[in-house]
Design a protein around this ligand. Structure first.
Ligand code: B16
Ligand code: MG
Length: 233
């Protein structure tokens, strides 16, 4: 089947659930700094860069750190986080991911990663998915964090697609906004109420079928290369 679509996957919350490990590492730091930090607070860090996550944590505890102290605690947090990542394996790939990648391969729709994480390549290697992606845009390649569209615009370049040909799978509000600012179609993965800005919503990637892509392909053909849903926004 001929198509000119491309897919960009977020990592944490879409391919794997690393939020639980981020939480444990931030919690250790919060305890040391005597800051109350719960799993509810952790929701605010999803999709947010490491630096900005520290800003949020420090703000919660009304704590100020010098540049040197910030550097130290960020290194410590990442070291703690990586100790969890080192134990990850393919069993931690979220439901529906592998069948969806198989489907995209079959439909000849290329896909790349678009993540805020500086550890994205390592995590994909841990779960044996690294070689499947056509490319990776991560926290090391971007200068501006989501909701800035930079991460996804770079993803479109790797895909050799124009932004309106790209579909983004995201679990974070900032990521949905970044996709829209990049003029891309955004699929929210997770709670519909939280991700109501998305063009499509699924609870899990298991819900994405071949029909989803074939409908988009024919819609783009008949609608002068522009998604009706995208225009409806
Ligand atoms: P790192 P994503 C994001 O991943 C996480 O959701 C967010 O909680 C984390 O702070 C950020 O990566 C940076 O991660 O410390 O590994 O560089 O959802 O954009 O794949
Ligand atoms: Mg995410």
């Amino acid at each position: 089947m001929m198509n000119n679509l491309g897919v960009i996957f977020d990592l944490d919350g879409v391919i794997v659930d690393t939020a639980k490990y981020h939480y444990l590492a931030w919690k250790t730091l919060a305890d040391e700094l005597d800051i109350t930090f719960t799993e509810t607070h952790n929701e605010r860090l999803k999709g947010v860069s490491r630096e900005s996550s520290l800003d949020i944590l420090l703000e919660l505890g009304l704590v100020t750190l010098s540049q040197a102290q910030r550097k130290l605690v960020l290194e410590q947090k990442n070291k703690d986080y990586l100790s969890f990542i080192a134990k990850m394996g393919p069993e931690e790939i979220l439901p529906g991911v592998t069948p969806l990648l198989d489907l995209l391969d079959r439909l000849a729709i290329p896909y790349v990663l678009g993540s805020a994480s500086k550890n994205a390549a390592l995590i994909l290697k841990q779960v044996n998915l690294f070689d499947r992606f056509k490319g990776i845009v991560d926290g090391n390649s971007v200068t501006k964090a989501k909701p800035d569209p930079e991460v996804f615009l770079l993803g479109a370049q790797l895909l050799h697609r124009s932004p309106d040909q790209c579909i983004v799978f995201e679990d974070a509000i900032a990521g949905i906004e970044a996709a829209h600012r990049a003029q891309m179609i955004a699929v929210g993965v997770g709670h519909k109420d939280t991700l109501k800005a998305a063009d499509y919503n699924v609870n899990h990637l298991t819900e994405i079928t071949e029909g989803f892509f074939t409908a988009l392909i024919s819609e783009k053909r008949t609608d002068n290369n522009e998604s009706k849903l995208y225009k409806a926004r």
